[in-house]
Design a binder for this molecule. Structure first.
Ligand SMILES: C[S@@+](CC[C@H](N)C(=O)[O-])C[C@H]1O[C@@H](n2cnc3c(N)ncnc32)[C@H](O)[C@@H]1O
Length: 280
């Protein structure tokens, strides 16, 4: 396990993932009924952008850094930035929340979170960070096993963020299998599965597997900050949204062109928004 999210916190992929994650949870909170949030590869709750790791890559500067001072953020991107600002002082951008913190900030008394993180140090940090709350359970265990261990949840309503580091070549396939198990155990589970846009051949197989996975609905959301055939590494990122709440498609149709132009790093940015499974 070499991957440490602290090197990448707040980059373009985090902006897309976290802004969307918050929005999904908010839309699900339109109903009073309790919600369970599952984060299978949780990382830690906070990242110091002036720390050694983030300082080495500076990736956040082309992510949250590009949104920080703008006064034209469309739709719920303003709420996303405000959520980051709530953990900083004044205009300075120093701390960036991880996915568990973004959701912790939205929890109502009736909601709860189940987090898993395999890295011993990060799992420990998470445990200490959320020790104050009886709404948060932290497990040091394999995130891919989360659906088997916890679904169906008593609340019957769940949002699951599946966000592995993709260090191994079979990670995309493991994601598809885990998604299938989740849907078999609780068909209405809302899932946000994050993936890197790097190897187009692997991705084509992955799209087909999602389309064939037997999920009720699967929306593909992608944001490219460089041409997809660029050899520089992470050209963009995507999320497969299983059972996304309405009207996320309509909102993303407005947001993605804006994000693609503001976050582009070489040439023009681009995006993709379409259904891999189910009726729009
Ligand atoms: C992309 S990072 C998570 C970022 C976090 N979800 C966020 O958005 O702020 C992936 C995390 O998964 C952890 N990890 C790697 N393999 C794992 C596994 N099999 N089960 C659970 N966590 C794992 C890594 O230590 C890393 O912290």
């Amino acid at each position: 396990m070499n991957y440490r999210h602290s090197y990448h916190a707040g980059n373009h992929a985090d902006v897309l993932k976290h802004a969307l994650l918050r929005r999904l949870f908010e839309l699900m909170q339109r109903k009073e009924a309790p919600l369970c949030y599952l984060d299978s590869h949780a990382g830690t709750a906070f990242y110091d952008l002036q720390g050694e790791s983030a300082g080495k890559t500076g990736e956040f500067q082309d992510g949250i850094g590009r949104l920080w001072q703008r006064d034209d953020l469309p739709l719920w991107l303003g709420d996303f930035r405000a959520a980051v600002a709530a953990h900083n002082q004044g205009d300075s951008l120093r701390f960036y929340p991880g996915s568990p913190q973004f959701i912790a900030d939205l929890l109502r008394p009736q909601d709860r979170m189940i987090l898993s993180e395999l890295h011993p140090e990060d799992a420990d940090t998470l445990k200490q960070h959320f020790a104050y709350s009886d709404q948060v359970a932290v497990h040091q265990r394999d995130g891919y096993q989360l659906p088997k261990a916890f679904l169906p949840v008593a609340e019957k309503r769940a949002l699951w963020l599946l966000d592995p580091p993709f260090e191994k070549t079979d990670d995309l396939q493991r994601c598809v299998s885990a998604v299938q198990i989740a849907i078999q155990r609780m068909r209405q589970t809302v899932i946000a599965l994050w993936y890197p846009i790097k190897d187009q051949r692997l991705l084509r197989e992955f799209y087909q597997q999602i389309a064939d996975a037997g999920v009720p609905k699967a929306l593909r959301v992608e944001l490219n900050i460089r041409p997809v055939d660029n050899q520089l590494g992470l050209n963009g990122s995507g999320l497969i949204l299983v059972n996304p709440p309405w009207p996320i498609w309509e909102e993303l149709e407005q947001l993605l062109p804006w994000l693609a132009s503001v976050l582009a790093q070489s040439g023009e940015g681009s995006y993709r928004l379409d259904w891999l499974a189910g009726e729009p």
